[in-house]
Design a protein around this ligand. Structure first.
Ligand SMILES: Cc1cc2nc3c(=O)[nH]c(=O)nc-3n(C[C@H](O)[C@H](O)[C@H](O)COP(=O)(O)OP(=O)(O)OC[C@H]3O[C@@H](n4cnc5c(N)ncnc54)[C@H](O)[C@@H]3O)c2cc1C
Length: 395
């Protein structure tokens, strides 16, 4: 059994853990080690839809997402990485019940500088002529949105972190935290001990398992979500845009081939609380049929699609659908960065910067991590949109 020493230990090799390690290394924050129980991006990240958009319902999140989108456009070119970022455009469909909120949120996003248009059904039809829009009252269109490859992104962050001196330990599960006199002192792994002054828990759906008996559980629930692959029939091959159907919580995104990934975020799609170590990896037949039927309702030609199955994955849900970025109130030197609730991929470059501020005491990021303090739930001030939509759990 060997003992390693580091200044900062980041636990979790997903897109957020690697982004944080990279941001800390850029600031020369000390000796940094990242530890991951499996391979990089093998948690929620590797199964992510990885859509990158700016439309959010809170001003702060719009600003974070806009800066993150610029990062996805510029950083790979500057640094020589290929994150496979594809600009597809993203169309959000609303019926009567959410039309007022959509108009108001579109205006708020435009005021923040987002390239987003509010479209009538007639104009929407010009973009997606094969859609059935009979129940759609209004849509929002973000022409610059798209998606990246979450695995390529995580490996790029990890490689850049490594170049800047971060040590990566994969296939090394952390078994428990070591806490001495109310301070973090390191962790026990399967192969030995790692002494660390600072430990950052970026383990997403596993965040509470890691805290174990040492800390009060975070308000984070692992929820199983499902994705379905539909191979579009030739007539539908033109459907390249991302579609978010707010009338029923469904979303559709191409994977760069004539395949569409179909997901759902209506309350009934997200009610299965699971153990993150034993959740069902394959999609269930009833989910496949539910998602497929929604797809047919919106694009009737999906009736001729070939279903190529689907998979299960995890959201780390908090009560307000937004992450926690905070030092533990009980264990100094332990930071929890989790609860991204199904929208943490695009924000990851900004999360890295914010957590680097939090841990180093600097304020180099233009975004304030305090918005994501864990005490907001006890203070009864969750992050809630002024104009929420009705059919989706996460906004
Ligand atoms: C189906 C799906 C679609 C999504 N679509 C989008 C989208 O379109 N846009 C978007 O922005 N976001 C999206 N998300 C959300 C986004 O993917 C996640 O918020 C993000 O990937 C979370 O990254 P993470 O690094 O915080 O967590 P994870 O990727 O879950 O990483 C946590 C890591 O911690 C490791 N770990 C756990 N316990 C231990 C331990 N004891 N020791 C060592 N390592 C440990 C795990 O193995 C894992 O690799 C989606 C998520 C899913 C599931």
């Amino acid at each position: 059994m060997e003992t390693l020493n580091t200044d900062i230990l980041v636990i979790g090799g997903g897109v957020n853990g690697t982004s944080i390690a990279m941001a800390l290394a850029e600031r020369n924050a000390g000796k940094i080690t990242l530890i991951e129980k499996g391979g990089l991006a093998t948690g929620a990240t590797g199964r992510s839809g990885a859509m990158v958009r700016e439309h959010y319902l809170n001003v702060e999140l719009v600003r974070m997402a806009s800066d993150a989108k610029r990062f996805f456009e510029e950083w790979p070119k500057e640094m020589g990485y290929d994150l496979k970022f594809q600009t597809t455009g993203r169309i959000l469909l609303f019926d009567e019940s959410d039309a007022g909120a959509a108009i108001a949120n579109g205006e708020m996003n435009r005021a923040e500088g987002v390239n987003i248009e509010t479209l009538s059904p007639e104009k929407t039809m010009k973009l997606i002529p094969l859609a059935n829009l009979e129940d759609v009252k209004i849509s929002l269109y973000e022409p610059e949105a798209g998606y990246a490859d979450p695995v390529a992104t995580t490996y790029a962050f990890a490689m850049e972190a490594q170049k800047k001196g971060v040590e990566l330990l994969t296939r090394t599960p952390v078994k428990s935290l070591i806490v001495e006199g109310g301070r973090i002192a390191g962790v026990e792994t399967a192969t030995g001990k790692i002494n660390a002054d600072v430990v950052i828990n970026v383990t997403g759906p596993w965040a509470n398992s890691l805290l174990g008996q040492h800390d009060i559980p975070l308000p984070i629930t692992p929820i199983r979500v499902q994705m379905v692959h539909l191979r579009r029939p030739p007539k539908l091959e033109i459907l390249e845009q991302i579609i978010i159907d707010y009338t029923c919580g469904a979303y559709y995104r191409t994977d760069g081939t004539p395949n569409t990934l179909v997901g759902g975020e209506a309350p009934e799609d997200m009610s299965e609380i699971v153990n993150p170590n034993t959740f069902g990896l394959n999609a269930d037949h009833d989910f496949i049929m539910r998602f497929w039927n929604r797809a047919i309702k919106r694009f009737p030609d999906f009736v001729d699609a070939t279903c190529r199955g689907g998979y299960g994955s995890l959201y780390d849900m908090t009560p307000d659908g937004n992450p926690i970025l905070d030092e533990s109130p009980n264990i100094s030197g332990l930071y929890n960065v989790a609860g991204f609730s199904g929208h943490g991929f695009k924000l990851s470059p900004i999360t890295g910067e914010m957590v680097a501020d939090l841990v180093t005491g600097q304020s180099k990021s233009s975004h304030d991590y305090k918005l994501f303090r864990s005490s907001r739930f006890d203070e009864n001030s969750p992050i809630t949109p002024a104009r929420p939509y009705s059919a989706r759990v996460h906004q």
